[in-house]
Design a protein. Structure first.
Length: 286
């Protein structure tokens, strides 16, 4: 009995520690992502995306528009597409209504090589309490993306406990992105180095994802000659400590090739009210 009691106590302590490390709301959001992936494997990719994307979701294909409408269209996905993915990293606001998840993805079509990617999705709690995707941007990778075993909460945690309104928080987030875009136009590597959290992520198609501020700034120095961007949308959680922005960008690479498209950025807020960039993903359209 003593051994059984000790074992049960150990399990309870482990559960408490895990819950303290990863909020219950974040675990629920990750479980929803797993259910999404399971449905894609057992039914069809199209059916799963329609089920797990919110009515308000947006995609950038080729311009910003209602994702669910586009997902329902014939030919929205290649025939016989198999898509596998798993949440391995993410975070959620203190209010539990807005968060993000990322992890490795693999897509296969019969007769074609396996394609690797690093997906990134923003999730929002719906009126019924369930989580649904509102933004999803994948980045093709040269090989399998590397993640720690299991599911890990991002160390880029928010510390904001202020009392401003949600409208004021969203205005401040939009202002932060506008200021960041202006700094990027002057010197992109320095802007990223000054604005990113130390544990921030940078996802770029064709390159292994960067997982620190230093590696992100180094990639910008090596690959970007010039860049401009303009925000279109900002939204924060009810707790005003986590939010996202998206907008358009144009970039001239170091090899002088131009590209343009849309970006998605996720931000967390410090105790002093300052927003820190914790994830930056581009979706090039040309």
């Amino acid at each position: 009995m003593l051994q059984l009691s000790y074992a049960l106590t150990s399990l309870v302590l482990a559960a408490v520690i895990a819950a303290d490390t990863v909020p219950i709301s974040l675990l629920k959001m990750a479980d929803t992502e797993r259910a999404f992936a399971k449905m894609a494997a057992e039914q069809t990719v199209q059916a799963s995306f329609i089920e797990y994307f919110a009515d308000e979701s947006v995609n950038f294909n080729p311009e910003p528009g209602p994702a669910r409408v586009r997902l329902r269209a014939p030919g929205a996905f290649p025939k016989d597409l198999r898509l596998q993915w798993e949440p391995r990293f993410g975070d959620i606001a203190a209010s539990g209504d807005l968060g993000y998840l990322t992890g490795p993805a693999e897509s296969t079509i019969p007769g074609q090589p396996v394609r690797y990617g690093n997906y990134f999705s923003v999730w929002k709690k719906q009126a019924g309490g369930e989580y649904r995707v509102i933004l999803d941007v994948g980045s093709g990778q040269p090989g399998k993306p590397m993640f720690a075993d299991g599911f890990v909460r991002s160390p880029a945690l928010a510390t904001y406990k202020g009392k401003d309104t949600k409208a004021a928080a969203e205005a401040s987030l939009l202002a932060a992105d506008i200021a960041f875009c202006a700094a990027v136009a002057k010197n992109a590597p320095d802007a990223y180095a000054a604005t990113m959290h130390a544990a921030a992520r940078l996802h770029r198609t064709g390159y292994a994802s960067m997982t620190t501020r230093e590696s992100a700034a180094a990639w910008m120095r090596t690959h970007v000659k010039a860049m401009t961007a303009e925000p279109i949308k900002s939204e924060t959680a009810a707790s005003r400590d986590l939010g996202y922005t998206w907008g358009s960008f144009t970039m001239t690479a170091a090899d002088a090739k131009d590209s343009k498209g849309y970006y998605l950025r996720v931000w967390t807020r410090q105790a002093n009210g300052r927003w820190r960039l914790v994830a930056d993903i581009t979706d090039p359209r040309s």
